[in-house]
Ligand binder design. Structure first.
Ligand SMILES: Nc1ncnc2c1ncn2[C@@H]1O[C@H](COP(=O)(O)OP(=O)(O)OP(=O)(O)O)[C@@H](O)[C@H]1O
Ligand SMILES: O=C(O)c1ccc[n+]([C@@H]2O[C@H](COP(=O)([O-])O)[C@@H](O)[C@H]2O)c1
Length: 215
């Protein structure tokens, strides 16, 4: 008998903090790529940026995804030694054999994929689900330009990977452009401005309780 492999999504990120943009892209991935589950993987030690303590970021992700049975946070054994994406996949493959992996990523992060550590071991192992994201130089009124921009940028990156002998499969996720970023949330907190409706309420209350991002 032939068993079909489950399709599972991986959403990695610093999540400093998690916001509605992350939740929306994960939900779009479940529905448009027919995923059984999305595994959220907060980066333990992002080597390329300063971040709030892992325990706080982990708690906020846990609270944000608690009401969605299709969302799950990665078990502690994932990335316990190294935070690289290739290690995430190696660890998850051990835990969930016989799985078809999809990596969920925003356009800005996808643009850096050719530079990811041991990219050649990761790129062709996953189907890439790319969420469009507003480039800093484009304004919201330019929505057609933004859609074209995302498509063109993905094609350029895919060609670059192909020229390195890494043919990948990918698709763009269709979702409203969400101008929310973790940097925006941190800046609003620093300026003592409201973050209500930008993050789930439980996350907002956690940030207030632990006085995160206020200085
Ligand atoms: N609003 C958004 N639309 C589409 N993709 C997003 C959005 N916000 C985050 N992402 C994607 O989610 C993943 C995790 O992002 P991350 O945790 O770094 O959040 P961020 O908002 O990009 O943070 P920061 O502002 O600190 O750079 C990345 O692939 C990123 O591209
Ligand atoms: O593995 C790498 O070298 C690497 C370098 C930069 C980013 N990433 C991945 O890019 C995604 C977004 O990461 P971040 O920390 O910018 O939110 C997440 O899935 C990371 O694992 C991965």
């Amino acid at each position: 008998m032939q068993y079909s492999r489950h399709k599972v999504g991986i959403l990695g990120g610093t999540f400093d903090p998690v916001h509605w943009g992350h939740l929306l892209m994960a939900e779009a991935a479940v529905s448009q790529a027919n995923l059984k589950q999305v595994i959220w993987v907060p980066t333990r030690h992002p080597h390329y940026k300063n971040a709030t303590a892992f325990e706080h970021r982990w708690q906020m992700v846990q609270m944000a995804i608690a009401d969605n049975p299709a969302f799950k946070i990665a078990p502690a054994t994932v990335n316990s030694t190294e935070s690289y994406a290739v290690q995430t996949l190696i660890d998850l493959k051990t835990l969930y054999p016989n799985t078809q992996w999809c990596w969920i990523v925003g356009l800005d992060a996808f643009e850096t994929l050719p530079q990811w550590y041991r990219c050649q071991e990761l790129a062709t192992e996953c189907h890439w689900l790319v969420a469009p994201r507003l480039p800093a130089t484009l304004k919201i009124e330019q929505s057609t330009a933004i859609a074209t921009h995302s498509q063109l940028r993905c094609e350029q990156i895919v060609q670059k990977l192909e020229s390195q002998g890494l043919p990948i499969t990918w698709q763009i996720l269709h979702l409203p452009y969400v101008g929310i970023s973790s940097s925006l949330i941190r800046a609003l907190c620093r300026d003592r401005l409201s973050i209500r409706y930008l993050v789930p309420d439980a996350v907002r209350l956690y940030i207030e309780k632990h006085r995160l991002y206020s200085h």
